[in-house]
Write a protein that binds this ligand. Structure first.
Ligand code: ADP
Ligand code: MN
Ligand code: MN
Ligand code: MN
Ligand code: MN
Length: 384
């Protein structure tokens, strides 16, 4: 019986107690920082900027802070900056300076200053070409060619809270919670885990300027989802990376690990996806279902190419997740359907009845790079 299991583990687990001891972040007295965040200084003259970028894994973020003497209003108001790419899997030691080019600005929910910002960047080699895993540059090029069609993306991000032992947070150390069923969109101490972090994350994202659309508890206990968009062009992909940063950062304070791995638990436990919803202006207009079906037809002919673009390991991660069960399609075969969650691409019921709207590509894994995914969709559906 799982009811007792989850609560007992949270309150008395020695693993968890050890983790808190070993996790300096969670162990620090959080009220001490307040003594300094209350110090008065001229917030128009000293603006802290957190430069945020993707490292060479195409899966993880890096950041460093810089104090500017003027409030930036556009990304271009933040100067380009360099970092040591040999420490981020992006360069060799002898020619290691990689350039950060600011691309999008957000309000910083962590710093004390009202004008402090997060500046999301992409990365360039010394010869000026994008780094090997900079799919933002490719997506920008695809978007520039398809702007007139006003492409929108809306992304569903599933993720899992872990304890230090790499087990999902709140799971019994030597067993499993009861089978899936009661947890999805659930409420109660025996159904969901760490809602505090979920709600803090929503607030911080909204404050930052992320087009945050909602949250829900997922099918596997300790798994959650949030949604971004729909947003025009680059915005949803940029927002997704910033929202991942905010989630990792808040969980760091709580001493909880967040994984975007698409299959954190083997067996009869749902994996995690990054469903990507897509539409163009013609798809959203009366009778747009025709354009949606045309796009699906094009997607069906490029299944392999998309699987390669839909996780950071060229399809390896999705091999564990897209097993044709547990609300997923088979990795080897393209399929589509109305309201069918076992398909590669789904037309939501409401879209089918309105005969206009959007399509949902269910294949991207939860740890996908949205620039890579959106670039593939724009290229296949609109640029063949
Ligand atoms: P479900 O879990 O049933 O797939 P969600 O409500 O979790 O549905 O997610 C719906 C997603 O669809 C959201 O990310 C939202 O931004 C996106 N979306 C809604 N309308 C559009 C549209 N016209 N174009 C692109 N994305 C859209
Ligand atoms: Mn140094
Ligand atoms: Mn969803
Ligand atoms: Mn979901
Ligand atoms: Mn979905």
């Amino acid at each position: 019986e799982m009811t007792g299991e989850i609560t007992r583990r949270i309150s008395t687990s020695t693993t968890r107690a050890n983790f808190l001891r070993e996790s300096p972040n969670a162990h620090l007295n959080k009220t001490l920082l307040k003594r300094y965040t209350g110090l008065k200084y001229d917030q128009n003259k000293f603006v802290q900027c957190t430069y945020l970028w993707l490292d060479g894994t195409n899966e993880h973020l890096r950041l460093k802070d810089r104090v500017l003497k003027k409030i930036p209003e556009r990304p271009e108001d933040c100067p380009n900056w360099q970092y040591d790419g040999s420490s981020t899997y992006q360069a060799l030691g002898e020619n290691s300076d990689i350039t950060l080019v600011p691309r999008a600005l957000y309000k910083d929910p962590f710093k004390a200053g009202e004008n402090d910002v997060i500046v999301l960047c992409d990365t360039y080699k010394p010869d000026g070409s994008p780094t090997d895993t900079n799919y933002r540059a490719a997506m920008q090029a695809a978007y520039d060619k398809t702007k007139d069609l006003e492409p929108w993306f809306g992304i569903e991000q599933e993720y899992t809270f872990l304890d230090v032992d790499k087990r999902p947070l709140g799971w019994p150390a030597n067993g499993f919670p009861g089978p899936q069923g009661p947890y999805y969109c659930g409420v109660g101490a025996d159904k969901v885990i760490a809602r505090d972090i979920v709600e803090a994350h929503a607030l911080a994202c909204i404050y930052a300027g992320v087009e945050f659309a909602g949250t829900n508890a997922e099918v596997m206990p300790a798994q959650w989802e949030y949604q971004i968009g729909p947003s025009l062009g680059m915005k949803a992909a940029d927002d997704l990376w910033v929202s991942r940063y905010i989630l990792w950062r808040i969980a760091e304070e709580f001493g909880v690990v967040v994984t975007f791995d698409p299959k954190p638990m083997e067996g009869n436990w749902n994996g995690a996806g990054g469903h990507t919803n897509f539409s163009t202006k013609p798809m959203r207009e009366e009778g747009g279902i025709k354009c949606i079906e045309q796009a699906i037809e094009k997607l069906s002919k490029q299944h392999k190419k998309h699987i390669q673009a839909y996780d950071p390991r060229g399809g390896k991660d999705n091999e564990r997740r897209l097993v044709g069960r547990l609300e997923t399609s088979s990795i080897d075969k393209f399929s589509w359907g109305v309201a069918d969650r076992s398909c590669s691409v789904r037309i939501p019921r409401g879209v089918a009845s309105a005969k206009k709207g959007y399509l949902e590509d269910r294949r991207p894994s939860s740890n996908m790079d949205p620039y890579s995914v959106c670039n593939a969709i724009l290229t296949t559906c609109l640029l063949d």
